[in-house]
Design a protein around this ligand. Structure first.
Ligand SMILES: Nc1ncnc2c1ncn2[C@@H]1O[C@H](COP(=O)(O)OP(=O)(O)OP(=O)(O)O)[C@@H](O)[C@H]1O
Length: 616
């Protein structure tokens, strides 16, 4: 695999030899199929056999064996996975030898350090026993709001160990957002840090927790000057005895984590993950990201986003090492950490790649340890992704798209097929999808629906009706299947791959023609002097929708509205449709993004309408 490189057009093509060693190569032999297409079909038609293979391959431990893999007597909306079993997924997280590295990490300006599997297990056990001593009982929701550090990982695993439910809160939230999330999840405690040190500065974190009027807080950090509330407790006083708290065994359907979606389209959804959701994270990363024992997996993220827990399970259940850089991932120091930690799989979000590219953050570094990249979060820019591949001698990028409520991806790449920058080459194993047009017919371009059930897919929401959110009024699949709404737009490409077209909510109708914001942005992005763009449709005062373009100009490039509009209009005429007329262009310093870094086009729509109302 390591020797196969992409060509100059950003296409990485596997060879029969490169496939042999991969995890997906193993699965093809296991399922006795000759082609990857047959393997995917097998994984969705023989769901029980696919998930049984995952369980065996990863060596997942059960305290009480399951009666069968899947019971569908409650219907596909409410599948029961591993009925009869008792388990705690935490135990399977420590399957690698005790002296093997679980975490390699570095704080800004610090040394590269390692925590072994044995040390992580002990630390997690001490967290669990601290929780028991403080009076927490199984089922209690306990929040975590802090950066992804080794302590954060141990806390997450310790909460699960004690049978409690981790509540994932991003460390960038304001007190109001923190208190909403604490209330929505009924959290009875919170782990946090005194301050976050980033870029040489200290940002208060515990202060936000206090302002959010959080329940009992356990505070990590050595800042003695921080004023503690009486009910709160310092980390050093909290930790218990490693032998005092046995792992709490649960039903496979028991919740273990409460997460919040990004809120790109509206109010964030409150999504519980169960004991089986980690299997989806680990299966995706095993067969799609090809994570192997001994690998070093790095994906800058936070415990507040699904990729935080995903990273924990994907590395530990695969007996790999997790790489954590405890600082800002945007600069050269992070890129140096990737080199020094001998990262084998580097995950990104597209905006991070744009920053590294613009600032030359990888210059002079050796990223040859990287076997593959992965990108998630939002649509990728082809130019940026090709640049990323070049940083590691043309290694492939596993484009990965899914959602918090899936516990992983529904469409991605696999090393058994050619990988093209910014394109997908397969629905994920064990999960199928269909693309339907507005009439509900199968089409090459349109809205994505998933074919349930799959491990990882949510069955409940804490702040919304699950059926209403995902199943009500969905069309039937081509074979009469019950479909699950996902809300993305996708396009099937002539070469056999797929391209993401953004959220269905960001689709516009220009002069009677439906087009996605992502499609327009892809073309606008090619205009000279553009760093980023967002395309929105507005209908000031009603009437037909008009195309408005927001532009972040490249550094040092003049903000000449007339000339930029002309260039962009030319590009649209040439590459999309002459009927799409740009109504207005607005230069902006930065695009509004959710805390998880997704562009909020709805905010731009509101802003534009407000300004045009003021103007009139
Ligand atoms: N690789 C990718 N390419 C394109 N889009 C992606 C990719 N990865 C994720 N996305 C987008 O992110 C979505 C999943 O994000 P998340 O679960 O955080 O919730 P959200 O849909 O952004 O928020 P909400 O449901 O609150 O509106 C996907 O449905 C898709 O729209």
């Amino acid at each position: 695999m390591k020797t196969v490189k992409a060509n100059s057009a950003g296409v990485w093509t596997p060879t029969p030899e490169s496939l042999v060693d991969t995890n997906v190569g193993w699965l093809m032999r296991h399922a006795a199929v000759d082609s990857y297409g047959d393997l995917h079909a097998w994984s969705v038609h023989e769901r029980e056999r696919y998930w049984a293979a995952v369980i065996d391959r990863l060596g997942i431990q059960f305290h009480q064996p399951y009666d069968r893999v899947l019971d569908l007597s409650g219907g596909v909306e409410s599948p029961s996975w591993f009925p009869g079993a008792k388990m705690n997924i935490v135990e399977s997280c420590f399957s690698a030898p005790a002296d093997s590295p679980a975490i390699v990490y570095r704080a800004e300006g610090g040394e590269l350090s390692v925590i072994t599997v044995g040390e992580l297990k002990t630390m997690s056990a001490r967290v669990a026993s601290g929780l028991v001593r403080c009076g927490f009982t199984p089922g209690d929701a306990v929040a975590i709001m802090m950066p992804m550090t080794p302590e954060c990982v141990a806390i997450y695993l310790g909460i699960l160990w004690a049978g409690c439910v981790a509540v994932s809160i991003a460390d960038s939230f304001r007190p109001k957002e923190v208190s909403t999330r604490l209330e929505l999840s009924n959290a009875v405690g919170i782990f946090t840090q005194d301050v976050i040190r980033r870029g040489g500065k200290s940002h208060p974190l515990y202060a936000s927790v206090k302002e959010a009027e959080a329940p009992l807080a356990i505070v990590i950090g050595d800042d003695e000057g921080v004023e503690m509330r009486e009910i709160d407790c310092r980390w050093s006083d909290f930790l218990g005895d490693a032998d005092a708290a046995p792992v709490v065994v649960q039903d496979p359907s028991a919740p273990l984590n409460i997460l919040f979606s990004s809120g790109t389209t509206g109010e964030p959804k409150v999504i519980p993950w169960t004991q089986t959701t980690p299997l989806k994270c680990a299966a995706d990363s095993h067969f799609h990201h090809d994570v192997r024992p001994g690998d070093v997996v790095v994906w800058p993220t936070n415990i507040g986003w699904m990729m935080g827990p995903w990273l924990i399970f994907s590395s530990l259940l695969n007996r790999a090492t997790m790489g954590l850089y405890c600082g800002a991932p945007t600069g050269a120091e992070f890129c140096r950490f990737v080199q020094d930690s001998r990262t084998t799989m580097l995950g990104v979000v597209p905006s991070l790649v744009k920053t590294w590219r613009a600032t030359g953050a990888t210059e002079g570094l050796d990223w040859s340890s990287i076997r593959l990249f992965s990108s998630t979060g939002e649509c990728s820019d082809v130019g940026d992704m090709r640049w990323l591949m070049e940083q590691a001698e043309g290694r492939p990028i596993i484009e990965y798209c899914g959602g918090t409520e899936i516990g992983g991806g529904y469409i991605t790449n696999v090393l058994a097929r050619p990988c093209v920058a910014a394109e997908f080459n397969t629905p994920t194993l064990g999960l199928d999808m269909v693309i339907l047009n507005e009439a509900g017919e199968p089409a090459d371009s349109g809205e994505v629906f998933l074919v349930p059930p799959s491990i990882g897919c949510s069955t409940t929401l804490m702040n919304k009706d699950h059926h209403e959110a995902y199943y009500a009024d969905t069309p039937k699949g081509p074979n009469g299947e019950r479909l699950r709404r996902h809300g993305d737009q996708m396009e099937r490409l002539p070469g056999g791959g797929w391209r993401a077209l953004g959220r269905a909510d960001d689709t516009m109708n220009l002069g009677g023609i439906k087009v996605s914001s992502a499609e327009i942005e892809r073309v606008l992005q090619t205009a000279q002097g553009v760093s980023e763009t967002a395309a929105i449709a507005v209908a000031p005062g009603g009437g037909p929708s008009r195309l408005v373009v927001y532009v972040v100009a490249a550094q040092g490039h003049p903000q000449d509205k007339a000339s930029m509009m002309e260039h962009m209009q030319c590009a649209i005429r040439r590459e999309l449709n002459p009927l799409f007329k740009i109504h207005d262009l607005v230069f902006i310093d930065a695009l509004p993004r959710t805390t998880s870094n997704k562009v909020m086009r709805r905010v731009l729509r509101d802003q534009f309408l407000q300004q045009s109302q003021l103007g009139s």
